[in-house]
Design a protein around this ligand. Structure first.
Ligand SMILES: [Zn+2]
Length: 138
């Protein structure tokens, strides 16, 4: 091994089966060793139109002001500066900027809503609302 430095590892939850995986910080995706499905692990910045059933990453996701997402979204941290139509789950925080337009149910550890944001849907926020993350703290 050249250099002898070990790559930075981080613990994530599989976005499919919610079991714990340890991945290279630099990995863009991994195959889950529990359910064998592909797990996206790179940070996503959405600058365009996305319409899929599921839009998941075990990392940060930012929907920019030009981003329009029609999907069920799952991320570690989710920042919405554009449009989201679909339910969203964030293992950590959700942040809606003043430009955010959201129609869907939100679930996450924390929620920040800037004045001017629009949000139509049910909201479940708090550590108890994301029981999946308990496995990461063991
Ligand atoms: Zn899995």
């Amino acid at each position: 091994m050249p250099g002898g430095s070990t790559p930075t590892r981080r613990r994530i939850l599989c976005t499919h089966c919610s079991l714990v995986l340890e991945v290279d910080e630099a990995a863009k995706s991994v195959s889950c060793r529990h359910c064998y499905k592909r797990v996206v692990t790179e940070a996503l910045i959405v600058k365009n139109y996305v319409a899929v059933r599921k839009f998941h990453t075990a990392n940060r996701m930012r929907i920019t002001k030009k981003g329009i997402v029609y999907a069920a979204v799952k991320a570690d941290d989710l920042e919405i500066d554009g449009v989201l139509e679909g339910d969203a789950l964030a293992m950590r925080g959700i942040r809606l900027t003043k430009r955010a337009r959201v129609k869907g149910n939100l679930r996450g550890r924390t929620l920040v809503v800037q004045p001017g944001a629009s949000l139509v849907g049910d909201v479940r926020i708090g550590p108890d609302c994301v029981p999946e993350t308990a496995a990461l703290e063991e």
